[in-house]
Design a binder for this molecule. Sequence first.
Ligand code: FES
Ligand SMILES: [Fe+2]
Length: 417
Amino acid sequence: MPARNLEQWSQAPAGLKPGEYVDSRIYSDHGIFEEELQKIWKRTWVPVCHESELAKPYDFRTLTIAREPVIVVRGNDNRVRAFLNVCPHRGNMIERRPAGSFAAGSPSGNPRRMTCMFHAWQFDMKGNCVFISRQEEGYQDRLCPKDVGLRRLRCEVYFGGFVWVCLDDKMNKSVAEWAAGCLDCLKPALDEEPLEVFHYHKAIIPCNYKLWHDTNCEFYHDYLHYHNRITGFNDAYFGRKNSGYDNGHITVGSFEVQYDKYEGFESRANVSFPNLPPNHWYMIDMFPGANFNLRGSALRCDLMTPLAAGKVLIEFRGLGLKSDSPETRKARIEHHNTIWGPFGRNLHEDLLAVSAQGAAMDSRADSRNILHGRHEDETIHDENGMRHFYDEWGRWMDRSPSNPDLRYREGHNQPAA
Ligand code: FES
Ligand SMILES: [Fe+2]
């Protein structure tokens, strides 16, 4: 076949149906991006960190969900709670540090209180306003601290100790119900004993957040990863199932990785997670943008914060067992970093690929078709994971991913190209 002229290039390949390709504008259009924040990110459960990062009472972390500033804190009753990190007085962001502790005082903060630096209002770890500076002088008896508490957010600690937050009070599902069974393959391994974060780094990547989701949920791109080809690419690898769950979630089934096939690597069986067959490897991709990836001895978790149509903040965490001996922890860190560290055999390769996709999908570029049309019995090189994700995306957005100018139902009724 010759290369195509503009008109041919603009058409999806004959034989592919809507749903088997998406329009690149869903990755680059500013209006669609803003709509996603409102319609999806403000309404779903988002994992934001791990409880081991809030190990002691008064520990906190800050973050944003759909541009809303959020703070998670551990109270002196040991419970983790989440609040909008916004002062009820004049809307200042209360805490600016990414993480820390309120246990000790500071020049502009009382111990064991969240203190807004602007006019020194103070809040306890349950979000109650407990002090208004010069209250009687200014408000007489017209304003009571109990009426100006923080905005409380839905918060759960679930699945190996991850902290989940939802901005929508009307969310009618628990995290377990929202997960719809997709976490079950890893629950026995993660819930057996407490976990601990041993690796954290974050990166701002010049691509749409969904491109990072896509590369995590399809393994057809293992052609990019020499290490995966050498240690996988056998019958068990090609038999791994790619399964969809309600609410847009996906899992990739396990197989035994042949680490010793790669020069300089050896089996990781002796430090595999509890209740996991040695050297096995499961992956979970949750809608709209969280990934849990357990390669036997180390758990990786990617949490995404979309910043713009072409920009995503990704926080990468590595986790082991809290009970690890120093030797075991050292082995887990080495196993994590040789695959997922900056000089490892995997992560930067994915980052290169999605950055190149992002560069080609600049918001001013013409739209083009992105193909998700492989069918291989829902196994590892099938693209059913992406089709499942974008079908869910279409319902939340009421847009057809194959033609976002059409509503979801209209897009379904389009004939094959
Ligand atoms: S804005 Fe926070 S105390 Fe005034
Ligand atoms: Fe990859």
